[in-house]
Ligand binder design. Structure first.
Ligand code: UTP
Length: 485
C-alpha cells in the first residue's frame, strides 16, 4: 500500500475515534516521518482503546473488590518440623534436578522507564554493587554463570526490553561481552506499548511524527514472550519453568532450587515469593485468596492502595496480622501455562496511572509538565495469578532477597540497596564462621561485596571459604571472588 493509501485509511480510522489531531502536522512532514507516524498509528488497537478511553481514561474505573477476601496460605521460610524439613530437602533435590536437566530459564523484566531513578540508560546498566560498582545486569549474569557451573548445564536468560531501551540494552550486553555468558543464551525480546492520553481521552503526540507511547506494563511480558517466538523456542528446547524477577532488585536469587522444587512438587502453574510486610499498609501488593468465577479459590494480588483498611489492620486470635503476605515480584511461571493463556486469547486488566507525560501541544511546542497531565495504561503480571488453577507461595526474608532500587535517594534507593547488600554479605560471612566487626547500631563496620561467581547463598559461601582465611578489619573494604585457577 502506498503512503497516500495508508494515510487515507489512518485518517478515516482516527476520525471515527475522535483522534484526528494525530495527523495535524501531516503537511509539515517529509516522507520518512510520514511513514513513521503511520507506523505508530497502525499499531494502535483502536477498538480496544475506544473502550478503555471510556472506562479508564476520562474517569478512573470504580474499584471492584471481590466479595470474600481471605489471607493466603504461604509455605514457611524455614521448615518448622521434621516432616517439612524432609519435604524441603526433597523439593530442593527436585529443583536441582530440573535445573540440571535444562528445564529452567531465567527471565528479567527490564522494559520499565525507571523515571523515579532518573538514570540515563537502561536501569539494568545502573552501577549498584558496593565496591566494584557492578551493574544490576552483571550481578544477575554472574548468578546465572555460577548456577551453570554448579549444575553443569546451560541456563537461558530472557531479558524483556521496551522499544525505547531495546537497542541500548543489547548494546550494553555486547559492549560487556555478555558478562561472560554466551551471546546465544541471552534472549532479548521487546514488550508492547500503549499510547498516553490527556484526561479528555485524546492520544498525545511526543513529536509531530510520533505518538507518545510507553511500555504496556510488566503484564505485557506474558504476551510479548509469545509474540516474539521466544516462548515456543524455549518449549522446543525442553524448558518448562521461567524464573521471573525485576531488574531493580540486586538481592534476588535468580535461580532458587528450593523454590523451583516446591513449585514442581505442588504442580503449580504459577508460584510466588512473599515476605512478611513491614507494616499493615506497606506499599507492596498483598497476596489474598478470592473465589474465582468457577467457585474455586484463586490467588490474587491486591495493591496496598486497594486493600480495605479493616483488612490491612485485621489480626487473628494470636494477635498477628492476617494479611501479611507482601509481594516482591518474584514468580515462577510454567511455560505450558503461559502458552495456554496465549492460545486462549487472554487479557489482563488495565490499571490507570496519572503521570507527567512530555508531549507537544496543538501548536507543536514541546511541553514538559510540572505536574501529572496524562493517563498511562498498564497491565501487571501478578494479575495472571487468578488465571492459574494451581499456585504456591513460599515465604522468603526481606533482608535476604528484597532491596529494590526505585528512587534516586531516600527509601528504596541505591544507598539502601548497597547497605542491604553489605549487610547480607556480612550475615553470610557470619554463617560461614567469619566474624565481621559491627557498629553500635548493629550494621557491619566494613564494606563487603561477595561476587555472585563465588557464592549466591550463605550455604555456598560457607563451603567456598575457610573461616580463618578471611579476616575483615574494622572499616575495611573486602571483595570476595573465586581464586584464579
Ligand atoms: P516499576 O513499576 O518499578 O517501574 O517496574 P519502572 O518503569 O522501572 O520505574 P518508574 O516507575 O518509571 O520509576 C518494576 C519492574 O517492572 C519492569 C521494570 O523494568 C522493573 O523491572 N517493567 C515495568 C517492565 O519491564 N515493563 C513495564 O512496562 C513496566
Amino acid at each position: 500500500m502506498s503512503i497516500p493509501q495508508h494515510y487515507q485509511r489512518a485518517k478515516e480510522l482516527l476520525a471515527k475515534h475522535g483522534q484526528s489531531h494525530l495527523l495535524r502536522f501531516w503537511d509539515d512532514l517529509d516522507d520518512a516521518r510520514r511513514a513513521a507516524l503511520l507506523d505508530d498509528v497502525e499499531q494502535l488497537d483502536m477498538e480496544l482503546l475506544a473502550g478503555l478511553i471510556d472506562s479508564h481514561v476520562r474517569n478512573a474505573p470504580p474499584l471492584e473488590l471481590p466479595d470474600r477476601i481471605r489471607p493466603p496460605h504461604a509455605l514457611p521460610n524455614e521448615p518448622g518440623d521434621e516432616a517439612t524439613r524432609q519435604r524441603y530437602t526433597d523439593a530442593r533435590a527436585l529443583g536441582e534436578q530440573l535445573i540440571r536437566d535444562g528445564k529452567v530459564a531465567a527471565l528479567v523484566v527490564a522494559g520499565g522507564q525507571g523515571t523515579r531513578l532518573g538514570f540515563d540508560g537502561p536501569k539494568g546498566a545502573f552501577p549498584v554493587s558496593p565496591l566494584r560498582n557492578k551493574p544490576l545486569f552483571q550481578l544477575f549474569a554472574e548468578q546465572v554463570r555460577n548456577a551453570q557451573r554448579r549444575y553443569g548445564t546451560g541456563i537461558p536468560w530472557l531479558i524483556m526490553t521496551s522499544p525505547t531501551n531495546d537497542a541500548a540494552t543489547r548494546a550494553f550486553f555486547a559492549a560487556n561481552g555478555h558478562f561472560g555468558l554466551s551471546a546465544e543464551q541471552v534472549l532479548f525480546f521487546t514488550q508492547g506499548t500503549m499510547p498516553a492520553f490527556d484526561t479528555d481521552g485524546r492520544i498525545l503526540l511526543a513529536e509531530r511524527h510520533r505518538l507518545a507511547l510507553s511500555p504496556d506494563g510488566h503484564g505485557g511480558t506474558l504476551r510479548a514472550l509469545h509474540r516474539s517466538g521466544v516462548l515456543d523456542r524455549l518449549a522446543d528446547a525442553g524448558v518448562t519453568v521461567l524464573s521471573y524477577f525485576q531488574v531493580d532488585n540486586p538481592l534476588v536469587h535468580v535461580i532458587d532450587p528450593l523454590f523451583i522444587g516446591l513449585h514442581a512438587e505442588t504442580r503449580s502453574q504459577v508460584s510466588s515469593k512473599t515476605i512478611p510486610k513491614a507494616g499493615a499498609t506497606e506499599r507492596v501488593g498483598n497476596f489474598c485468596v478470592v473465589t474465582g468465577p468457577d467457585g474455586a479459590d484463586r490467588l490474587t494480588v491486591i495493591e496496598y492502595s486497594d486493600l480495605p483498611d479493616e483488612l490491612a489492620h485485621a489480626t487473628g486470635p494470636d494477635g498477628r496480622r492476617l494479611f501479611d503476605a507482601g509481594s516482591i515480584a518474584i514468580h515462577l511461571f510454567d511455560v505450558a501455562f503461559v502458552q495456554a493463556l496465549n492460545a486462549g486469547g487472554f487479557g489482563l486488566p488495565f490499571h490507570r496511572a496519572l503521570k507527567k507525560v512530555p508531549h507537544i501541544d496543538d501548536a507543536g511546542r514541546p511541553v514538559e509538565p510540572a505536574k501529572p497531565n496524562g493517563v498511562k495504561l498498564e497491565t501487571f503480571v501478578f494479575d495472571a495469578l487468578p488465571l492459574a488453577a494451581r499456585t504456591m507461595i513460599y515465604t522468603t526474608r526481606r533482608e535476604e532477597e528484597f532491596a529494590p532500587v526505585k528512587n534516586a535517594e531516600g527509601s528504596d534507593s541505591p544507598a539502601t540497596a548497597r547497605a542491604a547488600m553489605v549487610a547480607r554479605a556480612a550475615r553470610w560471612l557470619g554463617r560461614a564462621g567469619v566474624a565481621v566487626p559491627s557498629r553500635p547500631d548493629g550494621s557491619p563496620d566494613a564494606t563487603i561485596e561477595i561476587s555472585p561467581l563465588l557464592a549466591d547463598s550463605a550455604e555456598e559461601l560457607a563451603s567456598a571459604i575457610e573461616p580463618g582465611s578471611v579476616v575483615p578489619a574494622r572499616g575495611a573494604a573486602l571483595y570476595l571472588e573465586p581464586q584464579a585457577g
